[in-house]
Every structure is written in C-alpha cells, then in structure tokens.
Write a protein that binds this ligand. Structure first.
Ligand code: ARG
Length: 577
C-alpha cells in the first residue's frame, strides 16, 4: 500500500518502531492499562504522501488496512483544534520492548536507522556552516561565543542526520582598523616575544590605545590609513608582521576552541578575498546593469529600486560586503554545497540580506540555498576583572567557580574528580547549556549563579545525570539481559522514562526543522528529571537479579540517549565529576 510505503512502515517486529516514531507520529495517552495511543495527524500524513505520490488524499479505510496488523487495534479519527488526527493504539509491552531493544541491541545501527527514518529522502546533502568568525585585534566577544556554540550544535545535528558538513571559520583580518592596529603596536613597543605570550590581549591593547590617541591626535588616523594602504599594496614588511599576528591569533583561538570541544574543517581569512575575483564580480554586476558609480566615485549595487549598497570604495578597495561575495563564490566553487548557513548575530541582518540579494541578482542558482541563522544578544556577561571580556577569562572563571562548587557540594561528591580537565569541561558545559537553552533569537541576561547550579536546569545537571548512570552501570555488579522483558518494567516511573526515550526522534526532528537547540535542551532537562526519579525508585543493586538486570537495561538505554543528545549539543559527557 502507498501509505505503508510512504511511512516506510516495516511491519517486521524489530523494525517498525523507529519508523513509527518518526516526527510524524506522536505518543499520546495510555489506554486501558495495556495500550498506548499514537497520533498521526492528517496533515503530516498528507505531507508524507505528497513526497512520494502525486495524489495525497487520505482514505481512512486505507489507513485502517495498513495498521490492521497484530500490533494495532482500534483506529479512529479525532478532531482537535488544529488538525484531524488518526489515532491508533499499540500494545504497551510491545512498545517497551521495541524501544529498549532498538537502542541497546546495536547502538550504531540505532543511530543510523534513526537518521534514515527521519530524513528518508536523503539526497546528497552537503552543508557549509560558517560559525564563530571572530576578528583579530578585537576581543572574542559574546556574539562570537554564541555563534560558536550555536554553529557547533547545528553542525553536530546535521552530521547526526547524515548530512555532509563543512565547518568553516571566517576570521576578520581586513579593513582600515588594521592600519590603526599597526600604529598601536608600534606605540606599545611591539616585539615577537611579546606577541607570542598573549596575542589577543596585546592586539586588543594596541588597538584600544591607538583609538584613544587618534581622538586627540589627528596624525594617527593619517598614519593608520597609510599603514593599511601599505598592507593593501602588499608591502612586505607590513605584510610579514601582520601574518605573524594572524598566526599567533589562530594558535590561541585553536586552544580556546579545544577547551570548548570545538573544531573546524577550514579557517579562512577575510583578507584572502580582498582582491580575489573582484574584477569578475564587478564585471558580472555591470553586465546585469546593476552596478552604478556614485558622484563621489564609490561603486554601488542596486538591489532593488529603493536600495543601493556600496561595494567598492572610491579608491578602488573592497568592503566587508564585497569580500563576502568573493568568499561565497569561492566556497561554492570548492564545495558545491546544497546549502550554506551563516551563524551570525541579528545585528548583521541587513548585511546578509544585501549579500543574498546581490548573489541572486548575479543569477547564481545556488544563491537561494544561503541562509542567515540569526541569534540575539547576551547582556551582562563580564568577569570580575572588568567589562572587557576575553573568552579565556570567562572559561577560567567558570572553571574556578566550578572547582569551589565541587568542594562544597555533597551531591557531586559521589563522583568527585578533582582533575582540572573535568572541572573545565563542567564549566564549559554550564556555559554552553546556558546559551543553548534560550531561544536563538531572544536577547538574554547572563546570570552566573543560575548558569552553574547543579540542581537547576543547567549543563551541570546533564553531566551529573550522565555520571550517575555511568557509575550505576559500572558498579552495580549486574549484567545486561539478553532480552527485554516488559513484564517487570511496569512501574509508572519506568513507563514515563520509556515514553520519553521514544520521543527522542520527534525532538531531534523538531530541533532540525527550527534549528533550535532549546527544543533538545528542554527535552534533556525533563528527561534527566525522569531518570533521576526512576533512579531513586527502581533499585538495581538491592533487588532480585532478574528484575535488576531489566532495570539496568532501561538505565542503559537512557544513558545512550542522554549521551547522544549531549554530544549533539556539543558537550563532552563525563564519567566522573
Ligand atoms: N567577523 C565578523 C564580525 O565579527 C563576522 C563575520 C560573519 N560572517 C560573514 N561571512 N560575514 O563581525
């Protein structure tokens, strides 16, 4: 039947559950103590049908036919406010067995099937994701931190769903401010040893001082312009010096990324695009009649009748936007992506609208596959030292606070691990989750206390629950059963947990559709609560061995799901804390 085919509904007992619980089907209430209800909305079914068939009308008797297998009883329609749902019931024990066995039998397979079932039409998807993208000489500010954390999450999620992902960091190292930087460095008594020690802070200091001096001394700006001009002309001495800044900055950045558990496939410098292909870009715009020269000599592109954006300065040098055009062309050339995401804050919305507008005016077919993934601002994040924030300082501070908490807290003592690396991971987990639990586009206020709580909804709680499960598995002295026996997993705490495990698919799919980490984060918070509740009630150790081993299976499956969810969010799951 076409419905069967469209839903990829495999009725073999080992196989129907992951598909059944794809994003189209949601879990409902329990019925009569032995069954669980499932809802499949008519809209979803139509959507699924329309991807495979031209006719997408849903016929109830057809649905009944499909599901009239031994698994399902009673199929009916239910009208809710938003939609008509097809409701059917599945035997609860069957459900329990399917869920637990699927995950624990072969975890790699579980992951694969899940991805395939969630995105069955999987054509070759290659996604370039640009994130982090700080500037040298300016501190790695909170906007860059958000971009880094959110971008990494999206990259992990897409990879989990079997996309090919290219992680790209586009570092800002071009523009007149770099002339000012050179002047500042001379004022600070630049030397290679000095810059090696702490490149980002030195560069920042030089930049700030030059800016300050420029306010009272007009010769500074002229000097800065001169210095940048030298760079543009490729003056070797300036160029060498400046390559060195870049080199050390990149080293330091790599170090910070490593602390956060983040890596990139490519580091690209904005300056690489300051001259590259500019001629042919201008040519192409001219040929389409959208390049205009203003009376002051600047060249602008007419995106539409009301909107003209400058893309060349009167002295013939490029702008941020121009370099982004060149960079996009280069990326398509290299990767032939099916999609490219720019994870950059809300403030640059106009810039990206202009960029996408120009590329589509250039009639590049792939221009439609570019997307600006925006996010809001963080307010109030500063360290005790002051208001200018370097990421390393934040991470150090979080680590120190965490170390103190580890000493104080009785709950965490069970897994006490004073290793500095562990403390660091705990701290970064707190920072990451504090960010990802917010809706992407909302501005939010940073609160140290809230971010670092063990009991509240924080990254520490996820780590704590993971450690708890890990230590149970390791120390309970029971081994996993060969087969799941649902008859001894009937406590409400067990059933709640199993239903929640089964919701993982739906949650992943929703995060993917909205590119919102908070969907997954909130699910994991709730999931951890259920795990911790079950943990206190469903004993494994001091229990009949048979029952204990079945419960162990339940906790084992829970840990795999939690572990997977944490990894997608960019956390490194701990065993001790
Ligand atoms: N370096 C820029 C900044 O810090 C962000 C770059 C965003 N990406 C881009 N392709 N324009 O503001």
């Amino acid at each position: 039947s076409r419905i069967l085919e469209a839903l990829k509904w495999k009725t073999s007992p080992n196989n129907f559950m992951p598909t059944l619980l794809s994003n189209h089907i949601t879990i409902g209430k329990e019925k009569n103590g032995t069954n669980i209800e499932f809802h499949l909305s008519r809209t979803s079914l139509k959507k699924v049908l329309s991807t495979s068939f031209s006719d997408k009308e849903v016929n109830m008797s057809e649905v009944k036919n499909v599901v009239a297998d031994d698994i399902i009883c009673d199929v009916h329609e239910e009208v809710t406010k938003r939609d008509v749902s097809i409701v059917f019931q599945i035997n609860r024990n069957m459900f329990i067995k399917e869920v637990l066995q699927d995950i624990t039998c072969d975890t790699v397979m579980w992951r694969k099937t899940l991805a395939q079932n969630l995105l069955p039409q999987s054509k070759e998807n290659k996604v370039v994701i640009e994130y982090s993208s700080p500037n040298i000489a300016k501190p790695f500010h909170m906007g860059h931190l958000r971009s880094t954390i959110i971008g990494n999450f999206i990259a992990n999620l897409l990879e989990f769903l079997s996309h090919k992902v290219v992680r790209l960091n586009y570092l800002g190292d071009w523009g007149t401010q770099f002339g000012l930087l050179q002047v500042g460095l001379e004022m600070c008594g630049y030397s290679e040893t000095l810059i090696k020690q702490n490149p980002m802070q030195l560069l920042y200091k030089a930049y700030v001082e030059a800016n300050k001096k420029a306010e009272t001394d007009s010769s500074i700006s002229a000097k800065a312009r001169e210095a940048f001009h030298c760079l543009e002309e490729g003056n070797t001495e300036n160029m060498e010096k400046w390559k060195l800044f870049r080199y050390y900055t990149e080293q330091e950045l790599r170090h910070v990324y490593q602390r956060l558990g983040i890596c990139f496939d490519e580091y690209k410098w904005e300056s690489e695009y300051s001259a590259k292909d500019i001629g042919s870009i201008l040519h192409s715009l001219e040929a389409r009649g959208i390049l205009k020269t203003e009376s002051d000599g600047r060249q602008v592109v007419e995106i539409n009748q009301q909107w003209r954006v400058p893309i060349m300065k009167s002295d013939g040098s490029t702008l941020y936007l121009t370099r982004d055009i060149a960079a996009a062309l280069d990326r398509y050339d290299h990767h032939k992506f099916t999609e490219m995401l720019y994870v950059v804050d809300n403030a640059q919305t106009d810039h990206f609208t202009a960029l996408f507008g120009i590329l589509s005016n250039m009639q590049l077919p792939w221009a439609a596959s570019l997307k600006h993934v925006k996010f809001g601002r963080i307010r109030g994040m500063s360290t005790r030292k002051g208001s200018v924030v370097f990421l390393t300082d934040i991470l150090d501070e979080v680590r120190d606070i965490m170390a103190k908490k580890q000493q104080e807290s009785r709950t965490t003592k069970v897994f006490l691990d004073k290793n500095e690396k562990t403390t660091d991971i705990l701290g970064t987990s707190a920072v990451i989750i504090n960010d990802l639990k917010q809706r992407r586009q909302r501005d939010y206020e940073f609160d140290w206390n809230r971010a670092l709580q063990v009991q509240g909804d924080t990254g520490v709680k996820l780590q704590y629950t993971h450690c708890r499960l890990w230590n149970l598995e390791k120390n309970c002295g029971t081994s996993l059963p060969l087969e799941c026996d649902p008859s001894v997993l009937q406590e409400p705490e067990a059933i709640f947990l199993i239903k929640d495990i089964a919701r993982f698919n739906e949650v992943i799919m929703k995060s993917y559709e909205e590119l919102e980490a908070c969907v997954l984060v909130n699910y994991l918070f709730r999931f951890c609560n259920l795990i911790n509740r079950a943990f206190d009630i469903l004993q494994v150790k001091n229990e009949d061995v048979y029952v204990g081993s079945q419960r162990l299976l339940l906790f084992h499956a829970s840990r795999i799901v939690l572990n997977q969810g944490m990894k997608i969010l960019g956390l490194q799951p701990l065993h001790q804390m």
